[in-house]
Design a protein around this ligand. Structure first.
Ligand code: PLP
Length: 424
């Protein structure tokens, strides 16, 4: 371990670090194997589609006949095991991308059934289930229903089957990642079980998966186990830390086409959209994504090992199967949470000198603290952590473009926290 050539980590912590790394051996080799598989899958998609350097040139105006854009969408479709895709820099966020997919497919009086409990915070506004309905799906007459999760945080399969057989739903909506909740993330196997139930009970229902944080974590993607449509953000996994902004939608050709009419306009769809010189970053990011996701997964596994050595509750556990790159650590006190985030910030490549403090973020009931020293604003494929200042004072941590650097960041977070506890 070379860390003390550059940083000053105390001996006790370095000993725990060694134990933690030993505990990661099995998971790391599992991650390596998934990374290699997905990297070859992506390489093959680039080769099969004949990606050429000439595709990186910028188009302007309408962007008609932008070969680079068209081929990238074909490469992305192949990577996601889908028939077609949209992958664009002008999706402004993951929420926007999911919104385009939802509005692309749903029509007035259609019913949506969410199979995985209350959706991610920003998506509740899109469905219009929070009272603020202006511009939401509910404002346009789309009906919302939700099957709550069971007490252990897993989907209520019996209730899902019952609801789908007793009423007609246009869409069944699945959120793969835990987001910032305490429920377990769905694995691809879990998603397959849900897809099979939907297809059996209601074959016409469109299955949509919010795939945020899940891309390249396993060897299969949701479309390969029955999902009809998926969407995600390019400043998370599939942008590989290189895409500066954007999102993607992938799935059945007819559904992707409907989404393209919402992204641009009916009749024109995906034939337009100037790339302005961003194609190279989107190609390079997608190519790097399997490796970067592997590094983020190693960071998550290592963090769970180190903090369980330190006596904290972690989720997922070190040896648990993962469906996304998120690691939750229960830090028990406000001081710990603040020190953890400040320590992590101090080990970031960008803005390491900034000391984050809790603040009243709009839309949240408790103050929130965030550590993020990233090249791309808000990128959560880069090492970042945050949490609301309320019991049990949990930190949600994700990302890490490379394990060596993220490893140091996590050690600095642990050290800062331990020095606070000991009052040093
Ligand atoms: C990140 C995320 C989104 C989209 O969030 P943006 O911040 O808008 O990119 C949606 N759902 C889940 C589960 C997410 O993790």
């Amino acid at each position: 371990m070379n860390v003390n050539e550059f940083f000053n980590i105390n001996q006790n912590l370095l000993e725990l670090d060694k134990i933690a790394l030993d505990k990661c051996t099995e998971q790391f080799s599992h991650i390596e194997s998934t990374t290699e598989y997905n990297q070859l899958k992506v390489l093959k998609a680039f080769i099969d589609n004949g990606v050429s350097e000439s595709y990186f040139t910028a188009s302007t105006g309408y962007g008609y006949d932008d070969r680079g854009r068209e081929i990238l969408e074909s490469v992305m479709a192949q990577c996601m095991g889908a028939e077609d895709s949209l992958i664009r820099h002008n999706f402004v966020s993951g929420t926007h991308t999911l919104t385009v997919a939802l509005f692309g497919v749903l029509r007035p009086d259609d019913k949506v059934l969410v199979l995985t409990g209350r959706p991610y915070d920003t998506i509740t506004g899109v469905f219009g289930i929070d009272g603020k309905t202006d511009g939401s799906l509910s404002d346009f007459g789309v009906k919302y229903a939700q099957v709550d999760l069971l007490a252990d945080g897993t989907p209520d399969l019996k209730e899902i089957r019952k609801r789908l057989s007793s009423d007609k739903y246009k869409m069944a909506y699945i959120q793969r990642s835990r987001g910032y909740s305490t429920r377990p993330t769905l694995t691809i196997d879990d998603i397959e079980v849900l897809c099979n139930i939907v297809k059996e009970a209601s074959p016409e229902t469109v299955i949509m998966v919010d795939n945020c944080y899940g891309e390249f974590v396993e060897k299969k993607e949701p479309c390969e186990v029955g999902a009809d449509l998926i969407a995600g953000s390019l400043i998370k996994n599939p942008g590989g830390g290189i895409a500066p902004t954007g999102g993607y939608i992938a799935g059945r050709k007819d559904l992707v086409e409907k989404c393209s009419y919402r992204l641009t306009c009916a009749g024109v769809g995906k034939e337009v959209g100037a790339t302005l010189g961003h194609s190279r970053e989107l190609y390079l990011g997608l190519f790097s994504a399997p490796h970067v996701v592997g590094e983020a997964l190693k960071t998550a596994v290592y963090t769970s090992a180190l903090f369980s050595q330190l006596g904290f509750e972690v989720s997922p556990r070190t040896d648990e199967k993962r469906g996304d790159i998120i690691q939750c650590i229960t830090l028990n006190t406000a001081e710990n949470l603040v020190a953890f985030c400040q320590g992590m910030q101090s080990g970031a490549p960008v803005d390491s000198f900034v000391v984050p403090e809790p603040w009243d973020m709009p839309g949240y009931t408790d103050p929130v603290i965030m550590a993020a020293g990233a090249f791309t604003l808000g990128a959560s494929i880069e090492l970042s952590a945050d949490g609301p200042l309320r019991p049990p004072f949990a930190a949600w941590m994700q990302g890490g473009l490379n394990f060596h650097s993220a490893h140091a960041g996590v050690l600095l977070a642990a050290q800062k926290m331990l020095s606070k506890i000991k009052g040093e």
